[in-house]
Design a protein around this ligand. Structure first.
Ligand code: HEM
Length: 383
């Protein structure tokens, strides 16, 4: 007899109020089997333990090549060392002025006073910031924006044909950019995409498939995340004027970044990642078998009262060491320095060109539909 599922990650309870539903699951059924048979882990301890146990919890969850996130062990390590080179402190420092210009230019075109959708602004900013970083043409902006929307819709639909078509379209965009650089040879522009096209792993050139996969991972995953993070951050500032005041008070970059991380901990829009179990393992009072699918719910883990006390309590310094927004273990987000730079640049630009960020009582924020986290729209008033 097949056991009844413990919960439905896309059911009405989760759709109504995802954060409250995850909190409830964490306290009532912390290791829960869904209708597909996949297990979701909700507590900070279980999510952390699974994320750092790379032997028992494999990342080989997809039939498609996913560099580096779908790789395990030595192959993963080799590709991680390629990827990590693009996010060094020196590179991020060099990128900062250009990133600030992208943010300032975008914000200077907003009507003030006026109402904006923080998620839509975040999407546009993400596309411009990434295009600037990778050396992609501005002419791609609308196509990439349309792609973000279609990608979220395809994820929600669970229609594999639709998801595959959206992924295919993205690969075609990327391939046209890498092909043109290969053809140009020495005349190729001096940018990150060209560098990647010429990069090597384990002493051999990267294959086309690997390059496309890396770029897909950098852009496909990131564009949506930056948009959702922007929605969460600006909405939080609109609702918490004392935090906004603190950010406006000339604090250090370190404190500024810690505040953004803490806002994202409280309402983490990067909800989950997947694993597959390689051996029988007991989690809490449940036994998972080799081949079982596992979902690490970062959003729930980041609000676990056993670690954070009152989950809503805003404590950037105290909570930083336990914050899982960018993951933990070997697969911890390599793009964190870039994401932090982007989010800081945009938030600063908005703060610098306004005296207040306020909620719009006429239009409360609308949650995104699970499994997408954060908000679908977050209207905020810029004064
Ligand atoms: C916007 C905010 C972002 C958040 C909240 C975020 C979050 C995460 C998390 C939680 C993981 C761990 C995944 C796992 O354990 O399975 C991860 C991995 C990853 N992230 Fe990010 N990320 C963000 C932005 C970025 C950016 C800007 C890039 C690159 C341009 C990036 C590239 C990656 C890659 C390549 C991995 C896979 C690493 C591996 O498997 O070794 N992310 N990210």
């Amino acid at each position: 007899m097949t056991a009844l599922p413990d919960w439905n990650p896309r059911g009405p309870r989760v759709r109504r109020d995802p954060i409250a539903a995850y909190d409830e699951m964490r306290s009532q059924c912390p290791v829960a089997r869904g209708p597909s048979g996949a297990w979701t882990l909700f507590t900070h301890a279980d999510v952390t333990a699974a994320a750092v146990d790379h032997q028992t919890y494999s990342n080989a969850v997809s039939a498609h090549l996913q560099v580096p996130n779908g790789l395990d062990e030595a192959v993963h390590t080799a590709f991680r060392s390629v990827v990590d080179r693009y996010f060094t402190r020196e590179r991020m420092r060099a990128l900062e002025p250009a990133m600030e210009r992208v943010a300032a230019d975008l914000v200077s075109r907003l009507e003030m006073p006026g109402v904006i959708d923080a998620v839509a602004i975040g999407s546009r900013f993400a596309v411009r910031a990434q295009s600037m970083w990778l050396g992609w043409p501005a002419a791609l902006e609308e196509e990439l924006l349309e792609w973000i929307g279609d990608n979220h819709a395809a994820t929600r639909s669970r229609d594999r044909t639709r998801t595959a078509a959206v992924a295919q379209r993205f690969d075609e965009i990327i391939r046209s950019l890498t092909d043109s650089r290969r053809k140009a040879g020495d005349a190729a522009p001096d940018d990150v995409t060209t560098e990647l096209v010429r990069d090597r792993v384990d002493g051999r050139p990267l294959t086309d498939e690997e390059i496309v996969s890396i770029l897909r991972n950098w852009t496909g995953g990131d564009l949506g995340s930056i948009a959702l993070c922007t929605g969460v951050i600006l909405n939080y500032l609109a609702e918490h004027s004392h935090v906004q005041d603190r950010l406006r008070s000339g604090i250090s970059t370190r404190e500024f970044d810690a505040i953004l991380d803490e806002i994202l901990r409280i309402d983490d829009p990067f909800v989950s990642n997947r694993r597959v179990v390689t051996d029988t393992v007991t989690v809490g009072d449940r036994t998972l078998q080799a081949g079982d699918r596992v979902i690490l719910n970062w959003t729930a883990a980041n609000r676990d009262p056993r670690i954070f006390g009152d989950s809503e309590q805003f404590e950037p310094e105290t909570n930083a060491p336990y914050n899982l927004v960018y993951g933990i273990g070997k697969h911890v987000c390599p793009g964190r320095p870039l994401a932090t730079l982007e989010l800081r640049a945009l938030t600063r630009a908005v703060l610098e060109s306004t005296s207040r960020i306020e909620s719009d009582p006429e239009r409360p924020p609308q949650r995104a539909r699970p499994p997408v986290g954060g908000f679908a729209t977050a209207a905020i008033r810029l004064v």
